[in-house]
Design a protein. Structure first.
Length: 204
């Protein structure tokens, strides 16, 4: 089932349809059916959140926000200018998802700086491409593939050329990531703790 209109319509319409269905069931006296419909609609997200935080392997997997991230973010905020741009490879909430859950905002939240690519799940460009009941907005990739590729290659296979591209083309001054010693050949390590690293790119 598809709905036309803008992103707001596509987000609100499924809930409107659900509400009408619940009202019809209520008028027929099917109270348990109403409860089941409403609970069933909300259950997947609830179960996902519970399973993500309570399971026997909780200590073995990476948390949504690793320990030390706040310290690193606050350090970067204190040692950078408000207009500085940060690049990060921390786009997904969990690395074991089949589809990247891009509701990931803590790098920009902790640093209070602009981030080249981060947390695109709720962006207009993402919601406008999602298809309710067909394809979730969580399954939508970042809209600018070239920018994402230029961003991620610096963390996956850094070279002086791709680091220079981030600095010159996209205005990036800082890199915020996990532990990645390969970056030290092309950027200056300015901060590191047990989970997070901050690098300064060479001047353009």
């Amino acid at each position: 089932m598809e709905f036309g209109g803008g992103a707001l319509v596509r987000v609100v319409m499924p809930y409107l349809v659900l509400g009408v269905a619940a009202l019809l069931l209520w008028r027929r006296g099917s109270v348990l059916a109403v409860v089941a419909v409403l609970a069933g609609y909300a259950l997947p997200g609830s179960v996902r959140d519970v399973v993500a935080h309570v399971n026997p392997w909780a200590e073995r997997r990476e948390r949504s926000i690793p320990k030390g991230a706040l310290e690193a973010g606050r350090w970067l905020r204190a040692h950078s200018a408000p207009g500085d741009v940060v690049a990060t490879n921390l786009h997904c909430r969990y690395d074991w998802w089949q589809v990247c859950d891009s509701r990931h905002f803590w790098v920009s939240g902790f640093t209070e700086r602009r981030v080249l690519v981060e947390g695109w799940a709720y962006a207009e460009s993402t919601l406008s491409r999602a298809r309710p009941f067909v394809r979730s907005y969580l399954a939508e990739p970042f809209v600018d593939r070239a920018r994402l590729a230029a961003n991620d290659v610096v963390f996956e296979a850094p070279t002086s050329e791709n680091v220079r591209t981030l600095a010159q083309k996209y205005g990036v001054k800082w890199l915020f990531t996990g532990i990645n010693p390969a970056l030290e050949k092309f950027a200056q390590l300015r901060f590191r703790n047990a989970t997070s690293s901050v690098y300064r790119l060479p001047e353009r």
